[in-house]
Ligand binder design. Sequence first.
Ligand code: HEC
Length: 112
Amino acid sequence: MKALTIALFLALGTVSATAQASGNLARGQELAEAVCAACHGMDGNLALVDDYPKIGGQHEDYLVFALRAYRSGDRDNAIMSPFASDLSDQDIRALAAWYARQDSVLRVMRLR
Ligand code: HEC
């Protein structure tokens, strides 16, 4: 019985750790709507201007990496950087979770 309790405890711990590793989707959606959608679209597939990147369906860890790089200044872009400079770690994880879960249009686009 004791072993079962310990096993259950460990299993629950793993589940909650996994949930925390990924951002809060509702928060991601809220921020995307308020800030990012104007240029990237709610699903990350709008490119307001042709060379604005599509981020829908992008790898979650890549999105976290890119947003942290803009925030720290390691990656600098006059248009994008200001929108990342005030994001908290939690907000970055939430946005990455949101955009990573959208469909990617790149899969259906033909290479020219
Ligand atoms: C005013 C337009 C604009 C807004 C608003 C904006 N972005 Fe961007 N974003 C850009 C542009 C332009 C780039 C390309 C910059 C570059 O070349 O480094 C970019 C790049 C990115 C990238 C890197 C993509 C890649 O393929 O490396 C991510 C991730 C990103 N934006 C996420 C966001 C998120 C999340 C928000 C909201 C907090 C946001 N952006 C708001 C214009 C915008």
